[in-house]
Structures are given as structure tokens and as C-alpha cells.
Design a binder for this molecule. Sequence first.
Ligand SMILES: NC(=O)c1ccc[n+]([C@@H]2O[C@H](COP(=O)([O-])OP(=O)(O)OC[C@H]3O[C@@H](n4cnc5c(N)ncnc54)[C@H](OP(=O)(O)O)[C@@H]3O)[C@@H](O)[C@H]2O)c1
Length: 333
Amino acid sequence: MFTVILGCLVSTVSSFAAAVSVFLKHCLNKVYGGAKNRVKCHCKNRVREKVVVITGANSGIGYATAQDLAKKGARVYLGCRNNQAGEKTARNLRALTGNQNIHFLHLDLADFFSVQHFVGTLLKRESQVDALVNNAGVFHHPSCLSKDGLELTYQTNFLGVFLLTSLLLKSIQRSSTPHIVFVSSEAHKLVTVDDVISYNPKQVKVINSFSDHVKNYGISKLALHLFAAHLIKTSEDVVVLLTDPGNVWTGIYRHSWQAWSEIITRLKCYIFMRGTEEGAQSTIHALNTPEPVTGKYVNSFLVTEDEKSYDATVVKSFIAASKELSGLQSLEN
Ligand SMILES: NC(=O)c1ccc[n+]([C@@H]2O[C@H](COP(=O)([O-])OP(=O)(O)OC[C@H]3O[C@@H](n4cnc5c(N)ncnc54)[C@H](OP(=O)(O)O)[C@@H]3O)[C@@H](O)[C@H]2O)c1
């Protein structure tokens, strides 16, 4: 009886809190003239009929980016780990935009075999890829090892992306407008190259606090920047860009601020963080910007920043280690 009453009380309080937060967000949007879309890319459409691969497109920023690509008439491949969600997203986007060239292919970045299978299936359909948008990612995930025996956040956010991008590189280079976009985060600035180099992904990390999670995540994102530095140097024909969506309220925070004591933080994030459409703008800008210059970081206000330069020897040995960890080394031999 007590459990039932407690259950009812908890669900009433949660519903009330949800209603209040929706109301507050609505009021703030009115006051600030629609917080929804303060940042918007106004570039001309440069993706019509282009073959664009986007990972993690079934939710959040990836979905908003895929929707923009579909509206603009691109031929889009959605790489998602959940079959049902991926199929549903492709169906929804076809219905919503009338673009019938929206396809789902299964892709689990935390499984190197899945990445290889995805590339094999895609390349049977398309000999050339015009743009690869590496959007999928996780944050604040409990530390655990993937089926490949590697730390899950690091494999999802970096090693899986490394393998996918490397295996698609030749088909991207066949395009007359080759683009690789990495969705990064400001968190990459909170860690150092030494943190990345000394990171051992074969171990489950001891993560005790939110800041430990930010560090673990930041390492996986800075690793993307080192990989980008390698591509910028070795594949000058490809436009390599990194983007920051800003703080965007999405399912990526599903593991964050779950305690009752953190409900106010969660509420504040829900109210003040960006919506997904606004969060997608930096990536949309990277794909449509006129005369793009490789090696830039498009920040969350669409300002293009120069990428930091990294020590070439460090990058070289980091890439060699990543090749070995991701299995690319043995695929190349
Ligand atoms: N939200 C922010 O404040 C923020 C800030 C800076 C950067 N970012 C970056 O923005 C990108 C998109 O994140 P989001 O905020 O839109 O989060 P999200 O809504 O959780 O979207 C992440 C997507 O990645 C997919 N994904 C996760 N693990 C995967 C795996 N192993 N294989 C394939 N797909 C996988 C998820 O699939 P499921 O739906 O199956 O989980 C989901 O579709 C990420 O790279 C993130 O690091 C976000």
C-alpha cells in the first residue's frame, strides 16, 4: 500500500515538474524571441544530390542534421545502431520531406565488425561518398568495455569513427566535393594531448564524478582532432572540418543528473540548453559553406576557428597506435 502511494506521489511530482518546465521554457522562448533558433546557417544549398553518410541520425543533433540534408535533396545514408529506430527515422524523413533517397544501414561504432559490414554494404550501393558526417557519440556513459575489449566511450566516439572514416576515405576522395565532418565538443579543450597519448582504452576507467566523465569524453573528442590533423596533412584533397554544436538538450544526457538532488540542474539544462535544430547549425554550415577551407573548427556560433597545430611525431605515433587498436592495421596488410 505504502509503495503504491509513494509511486503515485513520485509520478505526480514528476508530471508536475515536467509541466512546469515546459511552461517555463515556453515563457522564456517568448521573452527571448524564440530561443529555438538564434543561430542559423543561411548558406546556399550545396548538398543537393550529394551522397552524404551521417552516423547517429535517429535522434538529437544527428536527426536535425539529417532532416536538413533530406530537405535539401541530398542522397542520405543514416548509420544507426538500432534497427527499429533507424528504419523509422528513414521512413519519417522520406514522408516529411518527400525525398525518397533516405536510407538506413545498421552501424554500431562500438563493434569493429559492424563498422566493416556497414562500409561493405554501403560501397555495394555507392562507389563515391561526397560527405561523411561523424555525428554519433556518447557522454557520461558508465565506463565498461565493448565487445572488442575497449573502453566504450573511447571506441564509440573515436576508434569506431577512426575505422569508419579510414575505410571510406578512398570513396570520399572520388568525390569532386569531398567532405569529412567530425562533430566535436568544447570538452576537447579541457584535456591535453598528453591525456590522450597516455590513455589506455583496454582498461575500464574509475569514474567517480561528473568532471571525470567530462575528461573521459574530452579525451575521445581530442583524439578526433588528432585524427583530423593527420587527415588534413595526408589527404589534402579532402575538406576536413570539426564542429561544436554548443550545449544542446538531447538524449546524450540520459545518464546525467539522475539523482533527485540534481533535479534543479536537470530543469535548468532543459530550459536553457539549445534545441536540436540550433545545435545542428554548425554541422549544416560545415556542409554548405562556400569555398570551405580544410582544417577549421566551426564553433557553435558558426564562427570558423583555426585548428590548433599538433606535434607531427606525436600525431604519427598516435595514428599508428589507433590503427592497431581498431584492427585497421591488419585490414591494410
Ligand atoms: N548535446 C550536446 O550538448 C552536445 C555538445 C557537444 C557535442 N555533442 C556531440 O553531438 C553529437 C550528437 O549528440 P546528441 O547530443 O545529438 O546526442 P544523442 O541524441 O544521444 O545522439 C547520439 C546518437 O549517437 C548514436 N550512437 C551512440 N552510440 C552509438 C554506437 N555505438 N553506434 C552508432 N551510433 C551510436 C545514438 O544512438 P541511440 O539513439 O541508439 O542511442 C544517437 O543516435 C555527439 O557526437 C556529441 O558528442 C553534443
